[in-house]
Write a protein that binds this ligand. Sequence first.
Ligand code: NAD
Length: 281
Amino acid sequence: MAILLDGKAMAAQLMADLQGRMDALRAQGISVGLAVVLVGDDPASQVYVRNKAKACQELGIYSETIRLPQETTQQELEALIDRLNQDDRFDGILVQLPLPRHLNEAAALRRILAEKDVDGFHIENAGKLFTGQNGVVACTPKGILHMLKAANVPLSGKEAVVIGRSNIVGKPVAMLLLNENCTVTLCHSRTADLAAHTRRADILVAAVGRPRFVTADMVKPGAAVVDVGINRVDGKVVGDVDFEAVERVAGYISPVPGGVGKMTIGMLMENTIEAAERKAR
Ligand code: NAD
Protein backbone atom coordinates (compact mmCIF):
# COMPACT_ATOMS: atom_id res chain seq x y z
CA MET A 1 0.00 0.00 0.00
CA ALA A 2 1.29 3.44 -0.93
CA ILE A 3 2.29 6.06 1.64
CA LEU A 4 -0.29 8.84 1.66
CA LEU A 5 0.89 12.30 0.63
CA ASP A 6 -1.45 13.86 3.16
CA GLY A 7 -2.14 17.39 1.97
CA LYS A 8 -4.31 18.17 4.95
CA ALA A 9 -1.62 17.36 7.51
CA MET A 10 1.14 18.99 5.43
CA ALA A 11 -0.93 22.15 4.97
CA ALA A 12 -1.60 22.33 8.72
CA GLN A 13 2.15 22.09 9.39
CA LEU A 14 2.81 24.74 6.75
CA MET A 15 0.25 27.11 8.30
CA ALA A 16 1.92 26.66 11.71
CA ASP A 17 5.32 27.52 10.18
CA LEU A 18 3.82 30.55 8.45
CA GLN A 19 2.30 31.68 11.73
CA GLY A 20 5.85 31.85 13.11
CA ARG A 21 6.96 34.00 10.17
CA MET A 22 3.95 36.27 10.69
CA ASP A 23 4.90 36.67 14.37
CA ALA A 24 8.44 37.65 13.37
CA LEU A 25 7.10 40.29 10.94
CA ARG A 26 4.65 41.62 13.51
CA ALA A 27 7.50 41.96 16.02
CA GLN A 28 9.15 44.31 13.50
CA GLY A 29 5.92 46.29 13.15
CA ILE A 30 5.30 44.94 9.64
CA SER A 31 1.79 44.01 8.49
CA VAL A 32 1.02 41.78 5.51
CA GLY A 33 -1.79 42.36 3.02
CA LEU A 34 -3.40 40.54 0.10
CA ALA A 35 -5.87 41.98 -2.42
CA VAL A 36 -8.05 39.51 -4.30
CA VAL A 37 -9.89 40.68 -7.42
CA LEU A 38 -12.94 38.75 -8.54
CA VAL A 39 -14.69 39.68 -11.77
CA GLY A 40 -18.17 38.26 -12.36
CA ASP A 41 -20.01 35.56 -10.45
CA ASP A 42 -18.46 32.19 -11.35
CA PRO A 43 -19.60 29.91 -8.50
CA ALA A 44 -16.32 27.95 -8.19
CA SER A 45 -14.34 31.21 -8.10
CA GLN A 46 -16.60 32.49 -5.30
CA VAL A 47 -15.66 29.46 -3.21
CA TYR A 48 -11.93 29.78 -3.95
CA VAL A 49 -11.94 33.49 -3.08
CA ARG A 50 -13.78 32.85 0.19
CA ASN A 51 -11.26 30.15 1.18
CA LYS A 52 -8.36 32.48 0.43
CA ALA A 53 -9.86 35.19 2.65
CA LYS A 54 -10.39 32.62 5.41
CA ALA A 55 -6.75 31.51 5.29
CA CYS A 56 -5.63 35.17 5.47
CA GLN A 57 -7.81 35.67 8.52
CA GLU A 58 -6.34 32.59 10.20
CA LEU A 59 -2.81 34.00 9.82
CA GLY A 60 -3.65 37.63 10.53
CA ILE A 61 -2.99 38.75 6.95
CA TYR A 62 -5.01 41.85 6.05
CA SER A 63 -7.14 40.93 3.05
CA GLU A 64 -9.67 42.62 0.82
CA THR A 65 -11.74 40.96 -1.88
CA ILE A 66 -12.70 43.43 -4.57
CA ARG A 67 -15.71 42.22 -6.53
CA LEU A 68 -16.27 43.67 -9.97
CA PRO A 69 -19.35 43.10 -12.13
CA GLN A 70 -19.30 40.66 -15.06
CA GLU A 71 -19.41 43.52 -17.60
CA THR A 72 -16.22 45.20 -16.27
CA THR A 73 -14.01 46.48 -19.10
CA GLN A 74 -10.30 45.74 -19.55
CA GLN A 75 -9.58 49.40 -18.85
CA GLU A 76 -11.51 49.35 -15.57
CA LEU A 77 -9.80 46.14 -14.45
CA GLU A 78 -6.33 47.46 -15.27
CA ALA A 79 -7.08 50.79 -13.55
CA LEU A 80 -7.94 48.83 -10.40
CA ILE A 81 -4.73 46.78 -10.69
CA ASP A 82 -2.75 50.04 -11.06
CA ARG A 83 -4.32 51.36 -7.85
CA LEU A 84 -3.55 48.14 -5.98
CA ASN A 85 0.05 48.20 -7.29
CA GLN A 86 0.46 51.62 -5.64
CA ASP A 87 -1.33 50.66 -2.42
CA ASP A 88 1.24 49.89 0.29
CA ARG A 89 -1.27 47.90 2.35
CA PHE A 90 -1.06 45.13 -0.22
CA ASP A 91 2.05 42.97 -0.60
CA GLY A 92 0.18 40.62 -2.89
CA ILE A 93 -2.42 41.03 -5.64
CA LEU A 94 -4.33 38.10 -7.04
CA VAL A 95 -6.73 38.25 -9.96
CA GLN A 96 -8.99 35.22 -9.70
CA LEU A 97 -9.08 33.21 -12.93
CA PRO A 98 -10.84 32.51 -15.19
CA LEU A 99 -11.81 36.04 -16.15
CA PRO A 100 -14.97 36.57 -18.21
CA ARG A 101 -14.27 35.81 -21.88
CA HIS A 102 -14.26 39.42 -23.10
CA LEU A 103 -11.27 40.26 -20.89
CA ASN A 104 -7.61 39.72 -21.80
CA GLU A 105 -6.20 37.51 -19.05
CA ALA A 106 -2.54 37.73 -20.10
CA ALA A 107 -2.65 41.54 -20.27
CA ALA A 108 -4.31 41.76 -16.85
CA LEU A 109 -1.69 39.48 -15.27
CA ARG A 110 1.14 41.46 -16.89
CA ARG A 111 -0.26 44.63 -15.34
CA ILE A 112 0.36 43.36 -11.78
CA LEU A 113 3.78 44.37 -10.42
CA ALA A 114 5.91 41.22 -10.64
CA GLU A 115 6.85 41.52 -6.95
CA LYS A 116 3.17 41.62 -5.96
CA ASP A 117 2.23 38.72 -8.27
CA VAL A 118 1.65 36.13 -5.54
CA ASP A 119 0.07 33.70 -8.02
CA GLY A 120 3.38 33.58 -9.92
CA PHE A 121 1.60 33.94 -13.29
CA HIS A 122 3.34 37.18 -14.39
CA ILE A 123 5.50 36.63 -17.45
CA GLU A 124 8.55 37.84 -15.48
CA ASN A 125 8.01 35.24 -12.76
CA ALA A 126 7.34 32.51 -15.33
CA GLY A 127 10.56 33.55 -17.10
CA LYS A 128 12.54 33.42 -13.86
CA LEU A 129 11.32 29.88 -13.18
CA PHE A 130 12.28 28.93 -16.74
CA THR A 131 15.80 30.33 -16.34
CA GLY A 132 16.32 28.96 -12.82
CA GLN A 133 16.25 32.36 -11.08
CA ASN A 134 14.52 33.27 -7.85
CA GLY A 135 11.01 34.55 -8.51
CA VAL A 136 7.49 33.95 -7.33
CA VAL A 137 6.52 30.34 -8.09
CA ALA A 138 2.89 29.47 -8.91
CA CYS A 139 1.06 28.04 -5.89
CA THR A 140 -0.12 24.64 -7.12
CA PRO A 141 3.25 23.57 -8.63
CA LYS A 142 5.04 24.90 -5.56
CA GLY A 143 2.66 22.91 -3.36
CA ILE A 144 3.33 19.73 -5.35
CA LEU A 145 7.09 20.08 -4.89
CA HIS A 146 6.60 20.86 -1.21
CA MET A 147 4.61 17.62 -0.77
CA LEU A 148 7.25 15.51 -2.51
CA LYS A 149 10.04 17.05 -0.44
CA ALA A 150 8.11 16.82 2.83
CA ALA A 151 7.72 13.08 2.20
CA ASN A 152 11.43 12.77 1.32
CA VAL A 153 10.68 11.41 -2.15
CA PRO A 154 14.05 11.18 -3.98
CA LEU A 155 14.09 13.55 -6.95
CA SER A 156 17.62 14.02 -8.27
CA GLY A 157 18.30 11.78 -11.27
CA LYS A 158 14.77 10.32 -11.20
CA GLU A 159 12.34 10.05 -14.11
CA ALA A 160 9.47 12.52 -13.70
CA VAL A 161 6.48 12.44 -16.02
CA VAL A 162 3.93 15.25 -15.99
CA ILE A 163 0.60 14.81 -17.77
CA GLY A 164 -0.82 18.19 -18.79
CA ARG A 165 0.95 21.24 -20.22
CA SER A 166 -1.04 24.19 -18.86
CA ASN A 167 0.70 27.40 -17.86
CA ILE A 168 -0.64 27.17 -14.32
CA VAL A 169 0.23 23.54 -13.48
CA GLY A 170 1.86 21.29 -16.08
CA LYS A 171 4.60 23.53 -17.45
CA PRO A 172 5.69 25.13 -14.14
CA VAL A 173 5.71 21.81 -12.26
CA ALA A 174 7.84 20.31 -15.05
CA MET A 175 10.29 23.22 -14.62
CA LEU A 176 10.41 22.80 -10.84
CA LEU A 177 11.16 19.09 -11.22
CA LEU A 178 13.82 19.87 -13.80
CA ASN A 179 15.38 22.35 -11.36
CA GLU A 180 15.46 19.47 -8.84
CA ASN A 181 17.50 17.47 -11.37
CA CYS A 182 14.74 15.09 -12.42
CA THR A 183 14.70 13.89 -16.02
CA VAL A 184 11.37 15.33 -17.06
CA THR A 185 8.89 14.24 -19.72
CA LEU A 186 5.94 16.52 -20.36
CA CYS A 187 2.94 14.67 -21.81
CA HIS A 188 -0.27 16.14 -23.21
CA SER A 189 -3.34 15.39 -25.29
CA ARG A 190 -1.29 14.73 -28.46
CA THR A 191 1.22 12.41 -26.78
CA ALA A 192 1.46 9.08 -28.60
CA ASP A 193 1.34 6.05 -26.30
CA LEU A 194 0.98 7.93 -23.04
CA ALA A 195 1.18 4.78 -20.90
CA ALA A 196 4.63 3.94 -22.30
CA HIS A 197 5.82 7.23 -20.78
CA THR A 198 3.95 7.04 -17.48
CA ARG A 199 5.15 3.47 -16.81
CA ARG A 200 8.74 4.77 -16.71
CA ALA A 201 7.93 7.46 -14.15
CA ASP A 202 9.40 7.47 -10.66
CA ILE A 203 7.37 10.62 -10.10
CA LEU A 204 4.06 10.92 -11.94
CA VAL A 205 2.06 14.16 -11.81
CA ALA A 206 -1.45 14.09 -13.28
CA ALA A 207 -2.91 17.50 -14.19
CA VAL A 208 -5.42 16.59 -16.86
CA GLY A 209 -8.90 17.33 -15.56
CA ARG A 210 -10.37 13.91 -16.39
CA PRO A 211 -11.80 11.71 -13.63
CA ARG A 212 -9.79 8.53 -12.87
CA PHE A 213 -7.74 9.01 -16.03
CA VAL A 214 -4.58 7.39 -14.61
CA THR A 215 -5.16 3.69 -14.07
CA ALA A 216 -3.02 1.16 -12.18
CA ASP A 217 -1.53 -0.33 -15.36
CA MET A 218 -0.07 3.10 -16.22
CA VAL A 219 1.94 3.31 -12.98
CA LYS A 220 5.40 1.94 -12.22
CA PRO A 221 5.46 -0.02 -8.95
CA GLY A 222 6.75 2.21 -6.15
CA ALA A 223 6.24 5.49 -8.04
CA ALA A 224 5.20 8.72 -6.32
CA VAL A 225 1.86 9.69 -7.85
CA VAL A 226 0.59 13.24 -7.40
CA ASP A 227 -3.00 13.85 -8.40
CA VAL A 228 -3.76 17.47 -9.24
CA GLY A 229 -7.16 16.93 -10.85
CA ILE A 230 -10.35 18.35 -9.42
CA ASN A 231 -13.34 16.76 -11.15
CA ARG A 232 -16.95 16.70 -10.08
CA VAL A 233 -18.66 13.34 -10.59
CA ASP A 234 -22.21 12.87 -9.25
CA GLY A 235 -21.70 15.74 -6.82
CA LYS A 236 -18.44 14.25 -5.50
CA VAL A 237 -14.94 15.61 -6.07
CA VAL A 238 -12.55 13.08 -7.59
CA GLY A 239 -9.04 13.38 -8.98
CA ASP A 240 -7.37 12.36 -12.23
CA VAL A 241 -6.08 9.13 -10.66
CA ASP A 242 -8.00 5.93 -9.98
CA PHE A 243 -7.00 6.12 -6.33
CA GLU A 244 -8.24 2.72 -5.05
CA ALA A 245 -6.38 0.77 -7.74
CA VAL A 246 -3.27 2.95 -7.99
CA GLU A 247 -2.59 3.05 -4.24
CA ARG A 248 -1.88 -0.69 -4.44
CA VAL A 249 0.88 -0.15 -7.00
CA ALA A 250 2.37 3.23 -6.11
CA GLY A 251 4.93 3.99 -3.39
CA TYR A 252 3.33 7.35 -2.57
CA ILE A 253 0.00 8.81 -3.57
CA SER A 254 -1.87 12.06 -2.95
CA PRO A 255 -5.62 11.80 -2.42
CA VAL A 256 -8.36 14.04 -3.84
CA PRO A 257 -9.75 15.76 -1.88
CA GLY A 258 -7.18 16.27 0.87
CA GLY A 259 -4.10 16.39 -1.36
CA VAL A 260 -2.64 19.04 -3.64
CA GLY A 261 -5.70 21.31 -3.29
CA LYS A 262 -5.00 21.75 0.41
CA MET A 263 -1.43 22.88 -0.33
CA THR A 264 -2.36 25.49 -2.93
CA ILE A 265 -3.83 28.05 -0.54
CA GLY A 266 -0.99 27.50 1.94
CA MET A 267 1.47 28.32 -0.83
CA LEU A 268 -0.48 31.47 -1.68
CA MET A 269 -0.13 32.51 1.95
CA GLU A 270 3.60 31.73 1.81
CA ASN A 271 4.04 33.76 -1.39
CA THR A 272 2.23 36.70 0.22
CA ILE A 273 4.36 36.54 3.39
CA GLU A 274 7.50 36.19 1.26
CA ALA A 275 6.52 39.36 -0.65
CA ALA A 276 6.24 41.24 2.66
CA GLU A 277 9.57 39.82 3.86
CA ARG A 278 11.21 40.92 0.59
CA LYS A 279 9.79 44.41 0.97
CA ALA A 280 11.02 44.57 4.57
CA ARG A 281 14.57 43.72 3.41
P1 NAD B 1 -6.01 22.46 -18.52
O1 NAD B 1 -7.34 22.07 -19.03
O2 NAD B 1 -5.48 23.81 -18.78
O3 NAD B 1 -4.91 21.42 -19.02
C1 NAD B 1 -5.17 20.07 -19.10
C2 NAD B 1 -4.02 19.41 -19.78
O4 NAD B 1 -4.29 18.02 -19.90
C3 NAD B 1 -3.73 19.92 -21.19
O5 NAD B 1 -2.41 20.39 -21.27
C4 NAD B 1 -3.95 18.72 -22.10
O6 NAD B 1 -2.95 18.62 -23.11
C5 NAD B 1 -3.85 17.55 -21.14
N1 NAD B 1 -4.71 16.46 -21.59
C6 NAD B 1 -6.03 16.50 -21.86
N2 NAD B 1 -6.45 15.29 -22.31
C7 NAD B 1 -5.38 14.49 -22.30
C8 NAD B 1 -5.16 13.13 -22.68
N3 NAD B 1 -6.15 12.39 -23.13
N4 NAD B 1 -3.93 12.63 -22.55
C9 NAD B 1 -2.90 13.38 -22.10
N5 NAD B 1 -3.05 14.67 -21.73
C10 NAD B 1 -4.27 15.22 -21.84
O7 NAD B 1 -6.07 22.16 -16.96
P2 NAD B 1 -5.22 22.72 -15.71
O8 NAD B 1 -5.62 24.10 -15.43
O9 NAD B 1 -3.77 22.40 -15.87
O10 NAD B 1 -5.82 21.78 -14.58
C11 NAD B 1 -5.72 20.38 -14.63
C12 NAD B 1 -6.54 19.78 -13.51
O11 NAD B 1 -6.00 20.23 -12.27
C13 NAD B 1 -8.00 20.23 -13.49
O12 NAD B 1 -8.78 19.16 -13.00
C14 NAD B 1 -8.02 21.37 -12.50
O13 NAD B 1 -9.28 21.53 -11.90
C15 NAD B 1 -7.00 20.90 -11.52
N6 NAD B 1 -6.33 21.98 -10.76
C16 NAD B 1 -6.19 21.79 -9.43
C17 NAD B 1 -5.55 22.73 -8.67
C18 NAD B 1 -5.39 22.48 -7.19
O14 NAD B 1 -5.16 23.39 -6.42
N7 NAD B 1 -5.47 21.24 -6.75
C19 NAD B 1 -5.07 23.90 -9.24
C20 NAD B 1 -5.20 24.06 -10.62
C21 NAD B 1 -5.83 23.08 -11.37
